[in-house]
Design a protein around this ligand. Structure first.
Ligand code: MLT
Length: 309
């Protein structure tokens, strides 16, 4: 019998075709991921579950997943999956670490420009017919120091683009060798040095026990006055309440956040503050990236279900 896969999030339909072409029986039910009861009720029929970030694969869901062999995350972060519970049941968790890295890095760069020049506020003011030309004084990026926390796949691309913008790049990443940093044209530094030197700070690490609250109140207070902070990685990396206080006091000049400690973010300490640019977790939201991750996850899951590889 052909393996059965459930797609429970809004995945590009290109994935459906791949599963079909590979002889896999696929159900495309993009709204089921948000309906915990329904998902728990039907998950038992499936050998594979393909998701993005809306489906939360909890221990409870997994308890009903009698036939499940693989969960494929079309994207990078697997923090919406209880990996420990999956591993206890012998369910493999796979992601697509490369499909959306360029798109996410580009969003971080776009957010850096947006916060440097107050683009959303200037745009809203112009739409309102105010023509407030002297209100929106910006900051040039050339020759400024960008502090990159995490210089892996996405952070590495951000470093490259920032160097193209003639910024000086310092990176904090325990996994980055000095040789690799030299090749990338960035300076490897410790976190405290990055905090003290950076004019802009951008985060590109997953949320783990080691990275949670990496920009804590204490660390935020070590930053240079006038710093601007960009988070397109994960909510929970930055103490948002402490950042809000530092924005209000004027120590931090601006922030651009795509991710929040609670999502969907309907309320947040950063909302409504001046020079805070917010987007609703759009880091991977381009046609190209969504096509890439959908195709990749479908290929990987098909290989695993059909050949065990
Ligand atoms: C990812 O982890 O791939 C990104 O944050 C995008 C997403 O979750 O949709």
């Amino acid at each position: 019998m052909a393996p059965k896969v459930l797609i429970s999030d809004k995945l590009s339909e290109a994935a459906v075709q791949i599963f079909r072409d590979r002889g896999i029986d696929v159900d495309f039910l993009p709204d089921v991921g948000k309906d915990k009861e329904k998902l728990a009720e039907i998950i038992g029929q499936y050998d594979g579950l393909a998701i993005r970030s809306a489906t939360k694969v909890t221990e409870k869901i997994l308890e009903n997943a009698d036939n499940l062999k693989v969960i494929g995350r079309a994207g990078i972060g697997t923090d919406n999956i209880d990996k420990e519970a999956a591993s206890k049941r012998g369910v493999i968790v796979m992601n697509t670490p490369f499909g959306n890295m360029i798109t996410t890095a580009e969003h971080a760069i776009a957010m850096m420009f947006a916060v440097a020049r107050q683009l959303p506020e200037a745009s809203a003011s112009t739409h309102a017919g105010k023509w407030e030309k002297s209100k929106f004084m910006g900051s040039e990026l050339t020759a400024k120091t960008l502090g990159v926390i995490g210089a892996g796949n996405i952070g590495g691309i951000v470093c490259d683009r920032a160097r193209g913008l003639k910024m000086k790049v310092v990176a904090y990443d325990p996994y980055l060798s000095t040789e690799k940093a030299d090749k990338m044209g960035v300076e490897k530094v410790e976190l405290d040095e990055l905090l003290a030197r950076a004019d802009f700070i951008t985060l590109h690490v997953p949320l783990t026990d080691q990275t949670r609250n990496i920009l804590s109140k204490e660390n935020l207070e070590k930053t240079k006055k006038g710093v601007r902070i960009i988070n397109c990685a994960r909510g929970g990396l930055v103490d948002e309440a402490a950042l809000a206080e530092l924005l209000t006091s004027g120590h931090v000049a601006g922030a651009a956040f795509d991710v929040f400690s609670e999502e969907p973010a309907k309320e947040n300490a950063l909302f409504g503050l001046p020079n805070v640019v917010c987007t609703p977790h759009l880091g991977a939201a381009t046609t190209e990236a969504q096509e890439n991750v959908a195709l990749q996850v479908a290929e990987q899951m098909s290989n695993y279900l059909l050949t065990g590889a």
